[in-house]
Design a protein around this ligand. Structure first.
Ligand SMILES: Nc1ncnc2c1ncn2[C@@H]1O[C@H](COP(=O)(O)OP(=O)(O)OP(=O)(O)O)[C@@H](O)[C@H]1O
Length: 332
């Protein structure tokens, strides 16, 4: 019988077996952002395509890295497909984020300091422990990262060579080595190599369908960052799911669509003028809108404070209390 064909009774039995076996992998991956997990009905699900889009520089890579770190820390493998940044750059952000999370102080080991240690431009000597050990929390952060680092696989990808098949091959490799499928992160979807004769719309359609298939085949979640179309980058526009490049097919294939916006750009004008908060602090927050959500409520708005100098968002977050608007209230 086709292994993809199952009687509902088999499904119930499978769930029951899973519940009784503490070793069996759960089908939910927590994101590390408790409010987002709540909105998603517990976390990211096996077999889903989860898109992350947003304004330029608003922290898409940072957010995705944080979800990757959460999974690795929980002992579950991650495949990070990076078209944008070198593996070392990603790790620098993660070491800094780890230090910040462990520190009660508002300032902590910054990405810049970690980079100086990695690149030996810090006027210190020795290897990583000696160089990071000069900073408060440096050794603890390095120890923590070293502990979960075997779970994180980084694929340095290029738009000329990294096809869906290459990504599937990397997923197979991780599965073979770890015995369980990885959480997959793609940074970013429109970079995946496709035959040149296809239009961009066709390329994006096939990539989205292919990523969804991989999630189903390997029974893992796929998180893909999406680039914005020109309209979504226009000043005066709030990016929406429809502004993802190749959007019709993307939104159709996706199970979850998350959009990051700068709070100062999307909060209604009266809050800026009369609210207890002000523009200066609103810009320190990113609003995440849950524009599509197959397993829960759609339209949820949660916000996270940025700490980009330490390569992270503060994970606790809060629900957005203010009214948000589609048009930016001011442009610079
Ligand atoms: N060392 C640092 N200190 C402070 N801010 C930084 C540092 N490195 C990067 N940033 C800022 O952090 C922000 C988030 O970067 P990130 O790469 O996560 O955003 P993104 O939305 O993925 O960006 P893009 O649209 O360029 O792909 C950017 O605005 C970037 O300028």
């Amino acid at each position: 019988m086709d292994p993809k064909l199952s009687a509902a009774s088999d499904v119930l039995e499978r769930v029951d077996r899973r519940l009784l076996d503490p070793e069996a992998a759960a089908d939910l991956w927590q994101t590390g952002f408790p409010l987002l997990d709540e909105e998603l009905g517990g976390g990211l699900r096996a077999g889903t395509l989860n898109l992350l889009a947003g304004a330029q520089g608003e922290g898409k890579t940072t957010f995705a890295l944080q979800m990757a770190r959460q999974s690795a820390r929980a002992g579950r493998p991650v495949l990070f497909v990076s078209f944008e940044l070198e593996a070392e750059t990603l790790l620098q952000k993660m070491v800094s984020a780890e230090a910040a999370e462990r520190s009660a102080r508002p300032t902590s080991l910054t990405v810049r300091e970690v980079r100086a240690a990695f690149e030996a431009t810090d006027a210190a000597g020795g290897g990583l422990p000696e160089r990071l050990g000069r900073h408060a929390g440096g050794i603890d952060a390095l120890t923590a990262v070293t502990h979960w680092a075997p779970q994180l696989y980084i694929h340095r990808s290029t738009s000329t060579h990294t096809t869906l098949d290459v990504i599937a091959g990397a997923m197979k490799d991780v599965l073979a080595e770890q015995g369980v499928p990885p959480l997959v992160v793609i940074d970013y979807l429109q970079k995946i190599s496709m035959p040149d004769h296809l239009s961009e719309e066709e390329q994006v359609t096939r990539v989205a369908a292919g990523l969804k298939d991989l999630g189903i085949e390997f029974q893992c979640p796929v998180i893909a960052i999406s680039a914005s179309d020109r309209a979504g980058l226009e000043p005066g526009t709030r990016m929406r799911a429809r502004n993802m490049r190749g959007s019709t097919s993307l939104a159709y294939e996706a199970d979850v669509v998350l959009i990051l916006s700068n709070k100062a750009d999307v909060v209604a004008r009266h809050h800026l003028m009369y609210g207890s908060n002000n523009g200066g602090t609103y810009k320190d927050w990113s609003v995440m809108t849950i524009e599509k959500n197959r397993s829960g409520r759609t339209g949820g708005e949660v916000e996270f404070r940025k700490q980009f100098e330490c390569g992270r968002f503060i994970a606790e977050g809060q629900f957005v209390a203010e009214k948000l608007v589609d048009e930016r209230v001011y442009t610079e």
